[in-house]
Write a protein that binds this ligand. Sequence first.
Ligand code: GDP
Ligand code: ZN
Length: 293
Amino acid sequence: MTRIEGRIVRGIAGFYYVATEHGIVECRARGKFRKDNITPLVGDIVEIQMINDSEGYILNILPRKNELTRPPVANVDQAIIVFAIVRPELNRVLLDKMIVLAESNDIEPVICINKVDLKEDREAFDLVTIYQKIGYKAVATSTVTKEGIEELKSYLKDKVSFFAGPSGVGKSSLINSIQSNIKLKTGEVSEKLLRGRHTTRSVELLSLDFGGYVLDTPGFTALTLDIAKEDLRYYFKEFLELQKGCKFSSCLHVNEPDCNVIKAVEEGLIDKNRYLSYLSLLKELKEKEKRRY
Ligand code: GDP
Ligand code: ZN
């Protein structure tokens, strides 16, 4: 039988379900990668040997672009970072932290501000504009009015994405809004019940009928930034050009003289809240380094 390539969309009890041009193939791992101690992950692109029409075994795991541990998944393209404009209150520092987390893992962030139906003013749209100006994909959505859902779908098309963000912001509801045959449980209570009952539940990539995959489990549940404090400034896109104009190349934009970033904040070229997020995350990284030594 033939050798073909595919993507692992689900793994359970030693079986891997690989999406291929011939449909889903149930595989066991039998490749040489086993002696290297590499375990196949959901998201892996694998080479498989077919045994019959629907079964095969994994021969080889292709090099990974990235690898997350919580949830365990490989080759993620995008993180849809979801926050609600209200209920729960939007936390800008946490939003900016998630952007840094995504980019430091080679994952493209897409900012999604949900529950816009609950707010009459333009706040959500102004926020979206701030992030779009920086160069991020950003969209305001409502799973109630369906506003922004088509735009969100256009970002998901042909990519492997996962949803990240605090509990209760509408991640499950958004995933359900994308496609009618996807039905995740929603509501904070049911989410907790789900976790309690199915502690060994495995992650699954849901196939989108317009192309692409969405992970059924939210990511970034562990929120530790693993970068050096000196590197944080490179994860704030809007600083990149401006900080070349700082007097010191080592400038961390806190209280150094002739800091071009602080000047830009004062002139309104950099959003004040983005700068405050930067300072807050810098402080967090400094404290983390102090604890280490
Ligand atoms: P998750 O914890 O992020 O997965 O959030 P859920 O999808 O479970 O949603 C939490 C609650 O917010 C549920 O009661 C949803 O019905 C509600 N919700 C989700 N999206 C929206 C929205 O766009 N507008 C409003 N008003 N409520 C929403
Ligand atoms: Zn500076």
